[in-house]
Design a protein around this ligand. Sequence first.
Ligand code: ATP
Length: 459
Amino acid sequence: MTQTEDKITLSTEDTPLVPMEKIVSLSKRRGFVYPNSEIYGGVSGIYDFGPLGVELRNNIRRYWWWSMVQTNDNVVGIEGNIITHPRVWEASGHVENFVDRLVECKNCKRRFRVDQLPKENLEQNKCPVCGGELGEPRVFNLMMETYIGVVEGERMKTYLRGEACQNIYLDYDNVQKSSRMQIPFGICQIGKAFRNEVTPGNFLFRQREFEQWDLQFFVHPSEMQKWFDYWRERRFEWYKGIINHKDRLRLRPHGPDELAHYAKQAFDIEYRTVLGWQEWEGIHWRQDWDLSRHSQFSGQDLSYTDPETKERYIPWIVETSGGVDRTFLNLLLDAYEEEPPSGKDKEGRTVLRLHPWFAPVKVAVLPLQKNKEELVTTARDIHKRLQRLMVSQYDDVANIGRRYRRQDEIGTPFCVTVDFQTLEDQTVTVRERDGMTQIRLQIKELPAYLLERVMWNYS
Ligand code: ATP
């Protein structure tokens, strides 16, 4: 199936991939993502998140934090700022080396990153789209500049951080001492990063302002391999646990030409979409590079003394670095499905098979009819009580089938329907999104039933 065909069926061996336009259109129509400053014509590579988007995003962030920080005794979190001292970016190498090489086709004027051009196009200097001749590569630094201070001449030029993880190195010593952490231990952070990407595009995939999550895990050099293997496997399993299409996930080792000079190994966790196999998260062997550089540039000693052996050394680092926005996009691409009409649903439906953990709305409460006051009052009452525990939506507009479909399209895992039987025996119908199966439950059983299914840390 190609990108422009519009019918999708769920995963079998040879799974059709969801066209990006489907996700862009759903996102705007239902309030997940909007183009930033749209009324002024938008800004390429910058987006805003709508009411459902912000719920999904928060759930993604919270689940990562829960599994990386809250449930690991040897990992703590920080929240560093976007703006840092400009020397940070000299020490990190970003001022000098954070560049992309770009070529433009002389014929169709399309631009390509040199490192992303297919080998044969690079060798023949040929545009991969129209076959035209490519111009000379130009080099661009991706850092976004900004200034601290107001008085001309005293203003200090600095940068919006190009990657979030630098704050972790900057705060490492403070965290270690204030939290009395002993090696091995990790520091996590979720935060914004900014890059003047030369080829922004593909919706949320490559943006200029985006959010990253990082773990920097500090180890003794003799234990580097053990912890590298450990986090690589754990992170791979984590991603596998949140998607339906397990066959679209892989771990790709970096080739020798991709490795940083200090790295013995590196892996990308990749996911396959209409954009092909693309990085979702990187697992990096950073050795003592970052702390050594910051020691050197700041003049502060960032070495660690083992409390038992008294050995003094610069800790080595295992990094796992992924994107909140790529997770957001990949989850939508993974979950989206258009089901043809069937016995259960005569019209067919669009359904987001998001894991209930991530679903922006956990439950919708629907009175069977809008014009029966008792049904409406009972449904509103159930909604009000559930709302204190999870995101709940009350909806009484249109027939019940249409309301179910509206919820399916945004991934709501459960719909609770209040009907005439409810008024007699205090039971409601609970309809489940994926199988469209229905059961009857006592109203008082609803909170426990739903919480157990929508909260990852409930039981
Ligand atoms: P790429 O090779 O795609 O440019 P990268 O190797 O530069 O990515 P890192 O610097 O390792 O990426 O960033 C860590 C993670 O941040 C990536 O795995 C990705 O999920 C996310 N990310 C990086 N750049 C962007 C971007 N421009 N927009 C959205 N997410 C991004």
